[in-house]
Design a protein around this ligand. Structure first.
Ligand code: SF4
Length: 466
């Protein structure tokens, strides 16, 4: 049978009636990543309930985030927002003494038009702690995009390359003048050369919050190709933010960081490297190769390294080969994950995705297309802002072997005989780089392995359709 392969990706857009986490959930991983930060979510009890429930046991570990819960008086402007926030921030300063406080705006602060951006600089001066404002609300964004809003806001606070080089130059010049003070005429020539080299020095900053072990794995992979990563946005500590400027190349590690990428390019004048994302051995190789090509380096030993990883995944590949998968879409990792799973031999029926930035994800989309061709698999439909109700109807028709979906639909689908994998786990698991490809397949195959174990019980469809 010959399969008709659609050459170009088809994009559709539905109603946006889908389940996802609220973007304020980004505080859960960002407060752990940035060790000297404190997140203050300015919202209502609704937001508080969500955080308490979604973050599970974490809330008992004295996390460095809190809710500034708005009351009736705040909403009707009878209380003074500025004084209230000042009181809370002073308390945070006294109890935790963070290096930065990040205010997370919510739906309510948007609707009542609370001027967080206006208040932050004033308060910052008064209490002496940097205050960053990120509008990670459910009106505008979905789940992981919360991190995008925080990183975009943080990009403005990174030190400027030009200034630093300027200072450096002045210092260099001073110390050189001192050194050569006994030779007044010939001092200038050689030092100038080294200043120019310094000025032209090009550096690479990676953006995206990853657990530090994964971040150092990726840095190490680039080191092997003699590329030095000069910094990460965000760094482990707020005080170590990377230096930015027009001699800095930046590259993203996650597909949901399009605002951060835009800010880095437009406001900080950095040069963006558009590459597929380092998810799966194929993605990691393509990501490294793209960075190498920008720096004019020929990547060494990547083909063998990729092959080695595929070999180590053989048992998982046997399990997933030929199986079909349906992404309902809620965390923006979908395109990269689908591309990896297609390369593993799976058939992807549909890629639901909350928001699709075709420019930022261009390299990933081309790579998806190439992977489909390579594997002789039709290009899946990409559905932006999906409608969960319609998706369920489509799933009934298609009967995929696996649905990657949120918790709201997981159990109901399981009860109707469709295997599911909870999508949020991909956000919290370590899925980047060569060595973590195994973890992605561990997650994907878990329901399939469980089924193999329970096969003989005959209980697959437990709902009486009435
Ligand atoms: S969607 Fe809006 S109201 Fe709901 S938790 Fe998120 S920010 Fe709060």
């Amino acid at each position: 049978m010959s399969i008709k392969i659609s050459e170009t990706p088809t994009f559709e857009c539905e109603t946006g009636n889908y389940h996802t986490f609220c973007p304020i959930s980004c505080v859960a991983w960002l407060y752990q990543k940035i060790e000297d930060s404190f997140f203050l979510v300015v919202g209502t009890k609704t937001c508080g309930y969500f955080l308490q429930n979604a973050l599970g046991v974490m809330i008992f570990a004295e996390p460095r985030y809190a809710m500034a819960e708005l009351e009736e008086g705040d909403i009707s402007a009878q209380l003074n927002d500025y004084q209230e926030l000042k009181r809370l921030c002073l308390q945070i300063k006294k109890d935790r003494n963070p290096s930065v406080i990040i205010w997370i705006g919510t739906c309510t602060t948007e609707i009542i038009k609370m001027d967080l951006e206006g208040m932050a600089p004033k308060l910052e001066n008064e209490i002496g702690i940097p205050i960053i404002v990120a509008r990670a609300n459910g009106l505008d964004y979905a789940f992981t995009q919360g991190e995008d809003t925080v990183l975009a806001a943080m990009a403005h606070r990174c030190p400027e390359q030009e200034n630093l080089i300027g200072n450096q130059q002045r210092n260099d010049k001073k110390s050189i003048e001192k050194l050569f003070s006994f030779l007044p005429i010939e001092t200038d020539k050689r030092p100038k050369q080294s200043i120019i080299n310094k000025k032209n020095r090009i550096s690479l900053v990676l953006f995206g919050s990853l657990p530090s072990t994964v971040a150092s794995q990726l840095s190490l992979e680039l080191n092997r190709q003699s590329i030095n990563v000069s910094g990460w946005l965000p760094a482990q500590r707020y005080t170590d933010l990377p230096i930015l400027g027009n001699n800095v190349y930046v590259c993203g590690v996650n597909p949901f960081l399009s605002r951060t990428a835009t800010t880095l390019m437009r406001r900080r004048k950095c040069k963006l490297i558009g590459a597929p994302f380092p998810i799966g051995p194929d993605g990691t190789r393509a990501w490294i190769e793209e960075i190498c090509s920008v720096f004019g380096i020929e990547a060494q030993g990547l083909a063998e390294r990729e092959q080695q990883i595929w070999e180590s995944l053989r048992n998982y590949l046997n399990l997933v080969h030929g199986k079909s998968v349906f992404f309902m879409g809620d965390n923006l990792l979908e395109i990269s994950l689908a591309r990896f799973l297609i390369r593993c031999g799976m058939i992807v029926y549909e890629i639901g995705i909350p928001y699709m930035d075709k420019r930022y994800q261009a390299a990933e989309l081309t790579f998806l297309q190439a992977t489909c061709k390579k594997m002789c698999i039709p290009m899946p439909r990409i559905v932006e802002k999906p409608d969960n109700y319609n998706q369920i109807q489509r799933m009934r028709e298609l009967q995929p072997d696996l649905a990657i979906t949120g918790m709201a639909h997981a159990n109901p689908l399981e009860a109707r005989g469709i295997n599911t994998k909870w999508s949020v786990e991909f956000t919290f698991a370590q899925i980047h780089g060569f060595t973590n490809a195994k973890d992605v397949l561990e997650l994907v195959t878990r329901p399939l392995r469980r089924n193999n174990n329970l096969e003989n019980l005959g209980w697959t469809d437990l709902v009486r359709e009435g």
